[in-house]
Design a protein around this ligand. Structure first.
Ligand code: CO
Length: 132
């Protein structure tokens, strides 16, 4: 069921300086920032030959990454995103297997449906599924 690794997401306290680090020191191709108010984050994507890196900065008062950054002030690995063919079928299969879905599928940064799964059900890693 699980497909390609779509991206690894890193929460950062300062998107501009994190983008400059990847663009400059690491020589990577970095997208323009994209505000996602419904997800409470501003994101940039870094395209690597085999996957992407997503840098996340809090947006708004109720950002879901604010608490994470309070615990990890310099940032840290936040989630992994795997591609699936059918997000509702994947969610239903995982819930039947005992995993907890966090909310309902909604439109994510690539204008595709995404859903998050509880990190306690995946060895401490927050998992995002994205429909291909
Ligand atoms: Co993501």
């Amino acid at each position: 069921m699980i497909g390609r690794l779509n991206h690894v997401a890193i929460a950062v306290p300062d998107l501009a300086s994190a983008s400059a680090l990847y663009r400059g020191a690491l020589g990577a191709k970095v997208s323009v920032p994209q505000a996602l108010p419904e997800h409470g984050v501003t994101v940039v994507f870094i395209t690597l030959p085999n996957t992407k890196i997503e840098l996340l900065e809090p947006l708004g008062e109720a950002s879901p990454i604010a608490a994470f950054l309070a615990k990890n002030p310099s940032g840290g690995m936040h989630h992994m995103c795997y591609e699936v063919d059918d997000i509702v079928a994947a969610r239903d299969h995982l819930v039947a297997s005992g995993a907890r879905a966090l909310g309902e599928p909604k439109i994510g940064a690539h204008s595709k449906l995404v859903i998050f799964l509880h990190p306690k059900d995946f060895n401490g890693v927050l998992v995002e599924l994205e429909q291909k």
